[in-house]
Write a protein that binds this ligand. Structure first.
Ligand code: FMN
Length: 375
């Protein structure tokens, strides 16, 4: 779906604090950009005519592979937007790029003991424990509603074994309303001593390849930041047949209970999210984007347009908004409008020109790490 038609008059103040200064003395139509309707500023004493760059002229669509083309690159992150239906009254869900629904497992899960969340400086810790009604109930209850939405819904899948993941994928395969799968592999592999799939290249590749064989649905695989080097893992997942990577899941952490006699969370460990994790997410996206040829979707601490632009600059083709939704569920849709306005203001017909601008240029600094993804 395209952004709402709205004319940008003159030069709006950019909400991007890192934006290059806007040229104010002359107008030079950018290559492939939007044709100017009049001078931006007074030249030779004439009154300036207002610029008429429409947001509709900006192409925000993004191709994540295997036929999954999103209307725009602003998604909502798993676990922070329920199954989408919960937000129908407050959010124009049809204007989102995609919805990653809550983590879904083969069998219903009651989740972890309470307390499950606590606030941290610039973020939060959660240990929800994948509470969900199980894949069959999710399909029965929500897939029908999803079919009526323009916005693609990606089902976030979790499991305790390769078999779990495969079985959930098999049940989702071909279900109307399910546009794709996002694999949450930050889960313990019970048969392998509880080692998380996401922290081992071999295990991550094994589960990715097995799910790939089980379904033709577009397959996104979500990276964990809790590793020393993301590059071999990103490569292994791409080689195993993922259509796209998403990065990052939460960072492992704990908090201490009042009285200081035990950890605060009922599960002891929780996942850190919010603005505090953004630099880590930027680093992981920057590194992953240089070693794979599949698209990378960024997640981690997005609260404003500048964050979106930062993630695009380090090679992400799209961005998910997570924790910030708890404070303002309307933020993702506003970011869609702001991104379109930013592009129109810069004279860009497509946001894709913003992708990868902060990655090393191969010509200047040949990289042994691989090839940047540039759509
Ligand atoms: C309460 C909560 C629940 C989450 N549940 C899931 C989940 O079920 N599956 C998953 O892959 N990620 C889950 N996440 C991780 C988010 O999708 C996201 O990767 C992470 O929070 C970083 O983004 P943010 O800083 O914008 O929140 C959850 C995060 C939060 C805060």
């Amino acid at each position: 779906m395209k952004a709402k038609r709205r004319a940008v008059t003159a030069v709006p103040r950019s909400p991007d604090r890192n934006a290059p200064p806007t040229r104010r003395t002359t107008r030079r139509p950018p290559a492939g950009g939007i044709a100017p309707a009049g001078p931006l500023v007074r030249e030779s004493g004439r009154t300036p005519a207002p610029t008429r760059l429409t947001l509709e002229s900006v192409d925000l669509s993004v191709d994540l592979g295997r036929g999954l083309v999103l209307p725009n690159p602003i998604l909502v992150a798993s676990g922070t937007f329920g199954y989408g239906v919960e937000y129908g009254d407050v959010v124009e869900v049809d204007r989102l790029g995609a919805i990653c629904c809550k983590g879904t497992t083969l069998k219903p899960r009651i989740g972890n003991p309470t307390p499950r969340v606590t606030e941290t400086p610039a973020g939060m810790l959660n240990s929800i424990g994948l509470q969900n009604p199980g894949v069959d109930a999710v399909i029965e209850k929500y897939a029908g509603v999803w079919t009526s939405w323009k916005t693609p819904v990606l089902v976030n899948v979790a499991g305790e074994s390769v078999h779990d993941y495969v079985e959930v994928a098999r049940r989702l395969d071909g279900v109307p309303g399910v546009a794709g799968i996002e694999l949450n592999i930050s889960c313990p592999n019970v048969g392998a001593g509880g080692l998380q799939f996401a922290i081992d290249a071999g295990a991550a590749a094994e589960v990715t390849a097995a799910v790939r064989r089980a379904t033709d649905l577009p397959l996104l695989v979500k990276l964990s930041p809790n590793v020393a080097d993301i590059r071999p893992i990103a490569r292994a997942i791409a080689d195993a047949g993922a259509d796209a990577l998403t990065a990052i899941n939460t960072l492992s952490g704990i908090a201490v209970a009042p009285g200081r006699r035990k950890p605060l969370l009922g599960n002891i460990y929780g996942g850190l999210s919010g603005p505090a994790v953004k630099p880590v997410a930027l680093r992981i996206v920057y590194e992953a984007a240089q070693v794979v040829r599949i698209p990378v979707v960024a997640i981690g601490g997005v609260t404003e347009l500048a964050d979106v632009l930062d993630f695009l600059a380090v090679g992400a083709v799209a961005v998910q908004v997570g924790t910030a939704i708890f404070a303002d569920p309307t933020l993702p849709v506003r970011l869609v409008d702001q991104l379109a306005a930013e592009c129109a203001e810069r004279g860009l017909t497509s946001y894709r020109e913003l992708i990868g601008t902060a990655l090393p240029r191969k010509a200047e600094r040949p990289s042994s790490k691989g090839v940047e993804y540039r759509p």
